[in-house]
Design a protein. Structure first.
Length: 132
């Protein structure tokens, strides 16, 4: 489920994405701490909600400002050595195109994690260093 996408109304992260917004984020923290920080931050973000966090995959929603469209964002946090990898899939529920909204959803999630919590990106992919 996490790997399908990157169509006209869907965006998915990967380690090798050309668009920096769509690169997997690696955080220098255990999975449980990363998960708790993500859920805590999302609960304070305007138009974002936690739909289900009971399983391995966290289901978030984001409602667009103007037309009130709801996008579904699925987050998987997996261990990679002493770090946590965050993989994200954002998809529009309706329509054939999203005018880039799903990529912006992922970028907004990255920005919120970077500014809210002391967790910092170890890298954006296994090959690169620094925060993006």
């Amino acid at each position: 489920m996490m790997q399908r996408g990157n169509g006209s109304n869907i965006a998915v992260t990967s380690d090798s994405a050309e668009d920096a917004r769509l690169r997997t984020r690696l955080l220098q923290a255990p999975v449980a701490e990363t998960r708790a920080a993500l859920l805590s931050r999302v609960k304070t973000m305007p138009r974002w909600a936690v739909a289900d966090s009971s399983g391995t995959i966290i289901w978030l929603t984001r409602t667009t400002r103007l037309f009130r469209f709801v996008d579904d964002i699925f987050v998987l946090i997996e261990p990679r050595g002493d770090r946590s990898a965050i993989l994200v899939r954002s998809a529009s529920r309706i329509g054939e195109g999203d005018l880039g909204q799903n990529r912006r959803n992922i970028a907004e999630l990255w920005a919120a994690l970077a500014t809210e919590h002391p967790l910092r990106s170890a890298s954006t992919s296994p090959d690169s260093q620094g925060t993006r």
